[in-house]
Design a binder for this molecule. Sequence first.
Ligand SMILES: C[C@H](O)[C@H](O)[C@H]1CNC2=NC(N)=NC(=O)C2=N1
Length: 97
Amino acid sequence: MTPMNNNDIQTALGQLNKSSNVPWKLVDGALQKSFKFNDFSEAFAWMTQVAITAEKMDHHPEWFNVYNKVDVTMVTHDANGITQLDFDLAAKMDSFA
Ligand SMILES: C[C@H](O)[C@H](O)[C@H]1CNC2=NC(N)=NC(=O)C2=N1
């Protein structure tokens, strides 16, 4: 899988962020977003949905959960950069939240 160039990343980021109130950001060459839920149960239910999708895609998030908050980092280590897979999974995460 080939990494996207910066131009394509900016375009895809704009597209992705059209449909969400909290924007994904480009931080240190990765997509990052912090998701907030009402409580741990809702956060973990969302993580479960994402985990099933991630497994199907064979593309997995780096994430850090404390109570109702999940900090997500998406990058494709295999490609040494951001790929379409990162944007695909990011869009799924938004749709489940
Ligand atoms: C061996 C396995 O297919 C690879 O390690 C896959 C799995 N999931 C992955 N997920 C993400 N986010 N980046 C990767 O580079 C990646 N590589």
